[in-house]
Design a binder for this molecule. Structure first.
Ligand SMILES: Cc1cc2nc3c(=O)[nH]c(=O)nc-3n(C[C@H](O)[C@H](O)[C@H](O)COP(=O)(O)OP(=O)(O)OC[C@H]3O[C@@H](n4cnc5c(N)ncnc54)[C@H](O)[C@@H]3O)c2cc1C
Length: 381
């Protein structure tokens, strides 16, 4: 819900919404099949790339559109609004490469990541390291100019589809990030079957005595915590946008159904109680969008936005959970089948409640910022 996103070209924004809606219409059958099978819908994914919508944040010289956070939020929300595959991991990868990649790495990966011919994934989580990375067990040790990588990563979106994955691992120097080519010997993955994010071909990843070249290090050895944090705040805006898009989809489909559905002599939307539900869900989504837009505009202006981005994702989780729970009041039994979108959207929202910074971790961060604000700059004192 665009309340106040400041675009560099408003005409582009309007056209982009229409283009994404059209891609979803053209590829509806593929999307339905892939949701059932839990696979990446390559046709619509590549089409998003062809329309330069995956590389929304990437500069034109590397094949992208050259937008900023407002354009990123619009595209990400609209992709979720129409049930297309998430491009979040791809975009997060681009941000990492733009900040930390060598010129050679940028030229090698960015154009293909923009057009969708290179699928990127993020290998961070492990069986023993989720919200906290302290217990990370994946290791890389030097062997001449190369590195030998060993470890297991879990829940990786695009894990079974990716050509390259960024692997966070422990080295002598500390945590180090590597751009790992999944065609190299020593890599294998096992596709998993998650409830949400069904279009991501999620997998557990195994790196077994995998030899990777020295030029695969992203940034400096030992510096991966800084690399990790670079994308954090902007990716929270992407998560917030996906949540808002998913909830808008549920509410919009639910309202369309409820307006037409007769109950006795009334339509469902004639009931006052149902109207209040619609008003409450819309208001929650509007509030989350307004904060998301404010944070995105701050990013564009180059202003610090860590708290605003975290609040945006927190409010988006709460608004989306409320909406996807309460939309069942509008759709009744009709909504409780897999050929309707509501159940899947509910599960997708639950996934984003946890992945990419859970609601609890966001609350911890926001609380810490308030508690250390003795100068009263957060407006509480
Ligand atoms: C479908 C799916 C896709 C994913 N995709 C990726 C991916 O592409 N790449 C990747 O690296 N990871 C991915 N993840 C993993 C995701 O990032 C983790 O699930 C997330 O970081 C949380 O880790 P955890 O599940 O191990 O929960 P835990 O860290 O075990 O936490 C369990 C619960 O405790 C809460 N908790 C933790 N710490 C605190 C605290 N200090 N205070 C209060 N509560 C706390 C958490 O919020 C959570 O609800 C994905 C997960 C899913 C389900």
């Amino acid at each position: 819900m665009n309340v106040n996103l400041e675009f560099k070209d408003p005409a582009w924004a309007k056209q982009t919404v229409e283009t994404i809606r059209q891609i979803a219409t053209d590829y509806q059958q593929e999307l339905d099949d892939c949701i059932k099978n839990g696979t990446l819908p390559y046709g619509s994914f590549r089409e998003l790339g062809k329309q330069n919508l995956i590389g929304v944040l990437c500069p034109e010289e590397y094949g992208g559109y050259g937008g900023n956070a407002p354009e990123y939020c619009l595209v990400t929300e609209t992709i979720a609004r129409y049930g297309l595959p998430s491009t979040q991991a791809q975009i997060q990868g681009m941000v990492w490469l733009l900040f930390w990649g060598t010129e050679e790495q940028k030229r090698k990966y960015l154009p293909g990541m923009c057009d969708g011919s290179i699928v990127f994934s993020e290998s961070i989580s492990e069986p023993g390291a989720g919200s906290s990375l302290k217990n990370m067990n994946t290791t890389a040790r030097r062997d001449g100019d190369d590195w030998i990588l060993n470890g297991k990563k879990v829940h990786i979106n695009g894990g079974a589809a990716c050509h390259v994955t960024v692997v966070f691992s422990m080295t002598e120097e500390g945590m180090t990030a590597f751009l790992v080519d999944t065609k190299l010997p020593g890599f294998r993955c096992e596709v998993t079957d998650p409830l949400g994010y069904r279009l991501a071909l999620t997998a557990d990843m195994y790196f077994e005595n995998m030899r990777i070249p020295g030029n695969a290090v992203l940034g400096q050895p030992g510096n991966a915590m800084a690399t990790f944090l670079t994308t954090f705040n902007i990716s929270r805006l992407g998560n917030a946008s996906e949540l808002i898009g998913q909830a808008r989809r549920a509410l919009s489909d639910g309202i369309r159904y409820a307006k037409a559905r007769a109950v006795g002599d009334s339509k469902v939307t004639d009931f006052q109680g149902i109207q209040w539900t619609i008003a409450d869900c819309y208001s929650a989504l509007y509030g989350a969008s307004a904060v998301r837009d404010h944070a995105a505009n701050l990013v564009r202006k180059g202003v610090e936005h860590a708290v605003e981005s975290s609040i945006a994702k927190k409010l988006a989780i709460e608004a989306a959970e409320k909406t996807v729970n309460e939309v069942f009041a509008l759709v009744g039994g009709h909504g409780l089948y897999w050929d309707q979108p509501y159940g899947q959207i509910l599960l997708d929202v639950k996934t984003l409640r946890v992945a990419g910074g859970s609601l609890e971790i966001l609350r911890n961060f926001i609380a810490r910022q308030i508690l250390k604000d003795d100068a009263g700059q957060k407006g509480i004192a």
